[in-house]
Structures are given as C-alpha cells and as structure tokens.
Write a protein that binds this ligand. Structure first.
Ligand code: IPE
Ligand code: IPE
Ligand code: MG
Length: 252
C-alpha cells in the first residue's frame, strides 16, 4: 500500500469488503498426501505444506472480505489412517497452533475449534482451548477449524443436547445446538484435490451452499485458485427453492 492517499486506500478497502465475496466459505482441504507423493516426500511433508497453504488462504480470505472461514482439518474417519500419520497430524496441529496463534491475534482473527474433543489427548484439548481463549476477543474474520469433526457426529450431538433439555427435536432446536451455531451456514463450499464428495463434512449446514470442486491439490491452492472459486460463486444464482423470476424480482 503505498502511494495511495489515505481516502483512496480506504475506498479500495471498502470496495473489497463489500464485493461479491461469499460471507462464509467452507473448505475441505484435500490432496496433501498426493502433493507429497508428487514431490517424492513422506505424506507428513504434504500436511506441513498444507499448513502453509492454509496460512495463505486465511490471509487471502480476510483481504477479500470473507467474514467466516471454516476448514476441515481432521475428520472423525481420519483416525483410520496409519498410526504414524495420525500421530504426525496431531503433532503438527500442536506445533501449528503454537506458531500461528500470535499471527492470528495480530490479524484480529477469532479462532474456534469445532469437533469432538473428549477423545483428544488432555494436552491437545488444552492447546485448542488456549488458542480459542487467546483470540476470543477478536472482531475480525472467524476461523472455524473442524478437528475430529464429522457431520453425523454434529447432528447426533445436537439431537442429544436438545433431548437432554427436553426440547422437541425441531429444525430450530437442532440448528441452535449444532457446532457451528455461532455463524450462518456456508455460502460456498470448496473441495480441493479433485474428489467430488462431502466426506462427512458439514452435512446439516451445507443444505444450500454452493459447491466448488477444484482439481488443485490443497498445497497448490493459491490466491488465483481462490479467486476462480469466488468468480464461479459470483456467477451462481441462489434460488433457495424459488423460481428464477422470483429471485430477479426480489433483487429489484
Ligand atoms: C487432506 O489431505 C488432509 C487430511 C485429511 C488430514 P489428504 O491427506 O487426504 O491427501 P490425499 O487425499 O491423500 O492426497
Ligand atoms: C476429508 O478428506 C477430510 C479432511 C480434509 C480433513 P479425506 O481425504 O479424509 O476424504 P476421503 O476419505 O478421501 O473421502
Ligand atoms: Mg484425501
């Protein structure tokens, strides 16, 4: 930034923040293992590169005016991977937290962990809680990290909460109890790595999200790839059950 006068810089910032960027972006960060294989490296090196890609993506989303970013970091099913990969991923999460929290803090990002915590080690539970506490007061972009998360787990835990409160199991009661009840549903769901499936991600919340599948492996998913996804999103017509004519009329 630079040679722009302050008012011009502000105008540019406002334009970016009010652009067609989706309010809430969710990402299945897939393809780390294949990236590592392509580079003749162990799978964990792909996950390490995946953390770098996430750092770049967080910054790019915040710059583009995204208000909520939700990423899938470890699924309920990922425990089925070889033991050394699982322990490597746990270790990487601990290290990434220690390194990135001060940076998130500087950027005003509020980080939340979403998933089943009781089966994580006490040390990991402590790291997640302190990462959240350190960034809780931030009013910038919300970063939800889905860790030991599964969409079916989420629906079941929400139903269990509602039942424990003696509430009837209605859509509203479940929505209130879902793990992402602090944010609106995702507008855009991106999956990298070429697979076209949900893999037990946000089953409840993605009822009306626009889906974008990228062939890029997660470590290769850069700003240009993100812009491509956002451009595709901007060209979609979201009808939510209505007709195209109704949507056009409502838009004026
Ligand atoms: C996604 O990358 C990261 C996690 C699931 C933790 P993968 O590890 O699934 O990468 P591929 O699909 O094997 O390439
Ligand atoms: C989904 O990726 C989970 C995460 C990105 C954390 P996977 O690589 O585990 O998905 P599947 O098993 O190929 O569907
Ligand atoms: Mg995968």
């Amino acid at each position: 930034m630079d040679h722009l006068s302050a008012p011009m810089a502000m105008a540019r910032f406002t334009a970016a923040a009010t652009s067609t960027a989706p309010h809430h972006v969710a990402i299945v960060m897939d393809g780390n293992g294949r990236w590592a294989k392509k580079c003749l490296l162990p799978r964990i090196a792909g996950h390490r590169q995946g953390v770098e890609s996430l750092r770049r993506c967080i910054r790019a989303c915040a710059e583009r005016g995204v208000r909520v970013l939700t990423v899938f970091a470890f699924s309920s099913e990922n425990w089925s991977r070889p033991e050394d990969e699982v322990s490597g991923l746990m270790e990487l999460m601990g290290k990434a937290l220690a390194k990135e929290v001060p940076e998130l803090q500087r950027a005003g990002i509020c980080m939340r962990f979403v998933g089943e915590r009781a089966s994580l080690s006490p040390r990991m539970q402590q790291s997640l809680a302190s990462g959240e506490a350190a960034t809780a007061g931030n009013s910038g972009m919300v970063l939800n990290v889905c860790f030991n998360y599964g969409g079916r787990w989420d629906i079941a835990q929400a139903a269990a909460q509602a039942a424990a409160r003696g509430e009837p199991i209605t859509e509203a009661a479940l929505s209130r109890a879902m793990a992402l009840s602090h944010v609106p549903d995702p507008d855009l769901l991106i999956r990298t790595g070429g697979e076209q499936r949900i893999s037990n991600f946000l089953l409840w919340q993605c009822a009306y999200s626009e889906l974008f599948f990228s062939d890029k492996l997660w470590p290769d998913f850069d700003e240009a790839a993100l812009d491509e996804a956002f451009a595709a999103y901007a060209a979609r017509e979201r009808r939510f059950g209505r007709t195209s004519a109704q949507v056009a009329q409502a838009a004026g």
